[in-house]
Design a protein. Sequence first.
Length: 201
Amino acid sequence: MLHQKYAYVRVSSKYQSIARQIKELIKLGIRRANIIIEKASGKDFNRSEYLKLIETLKEGDTLYICSIDRLGRDYDGIISEWHRLTKRLKVIVKVIDNPILDTDTSPKTLIEKFMQDMTLLTMAFQAEQELQNIRERQRAGITIAKEKGKVLGRPKIVRSDSEIFTVQAWKSGALNLDEAMKKLNLKKSAFYKLANELLNM
């Protein structure tokens, strides 16, 4: 069986650039079709593209990740996934920014194995710690913004009396659907959305 090379690239924001990462991965001989890109938080492993990748990987395949925190940011989850990939699926994992973790180079001595295990634990700890730091900074920012009287989130839409009365008239049967839609100049989907919002306030 011909073993495949894959790469998993995760970014938590649509604004993060992945062009450089992809270029480096292609240089390593990974086909573009085998570079799995996912824009999702690393808080857990319930990610659609990652789960599809797990289903695709076969024993002897190689999975490249740029760093441990790109795999995830949950300490226990990282350790568990590492065990699943390397022990259960028997996939070779290569960590570009930390080659000591590469599983195609078996530790020759007990001390080397200890160092490899400790490196994984340390990187997993740092990944989750950074996530906690990010959340703490976000909470602090929200608190400061509220203290300054800033309105957070999307502004609440204020519905007109005409919208409210029309929806109520439709609900009571005083107006049929076509009449209500025409009165508000809305298509069916938009009218139902408005009705659902007003009737569930």
